[in-house]
Design a protein around this ligand. Sequence first.
Ligand code: DAT
Ligand code: MG
Length: 144
Amino acid sequence: MTTQQERTLVLVKPDGVRRSLVGEVIARIERKGYVVSSLKMIQPDRATLAQHYAEHEGKPFYEPLLEFMLSGPVVAIIAEGNRVIEGFRKLAGTTDPTTAEPGTIRGDLARDQGTKVVQNIVHGSDSVESANREISIWFPEVAM
Ligand code: DAT
Ligand code: MG
């Protein structure tokens, strides 16, 4: 266990906002001991989402993913804490909500809807590089 004071970018996706799970997600982040340091609700535009999901461009689920993310507001959060990047990914659970472990956000609160894109409530950065990149996309006003 090392000291890695980090920030991560969390999004409550449109399915989570529609289902009024914003508080549930924030509560789980805070109960784990992380600190919410920035928070806002945004209706994202396509350009922002294309930047955010650039790594997935060209994949079969890319267009459905952007359409889904455009379907309503999202809540963007910066969470801070030691090893928060890895820690939030564990709180979120694996990508496929059908098999995500019970006890996780995706495992407890989502399931496969049979759509072309998986709707799984939250996004969390997967590395320090991704976190820095994503925080600058969603919170350009927040100093690095
Ligand atoms: P994660 O959100 O767990 O980091 P990811 O970055 O690989 O997963 O993919 C981004 C999102 O795209 C993911 O949350 C749900 C959707 N997705 C990923 N793989 C998919 C697939 N094979 N079929 C449908 N949707 C997928
Ligand atoms: Mg990802």
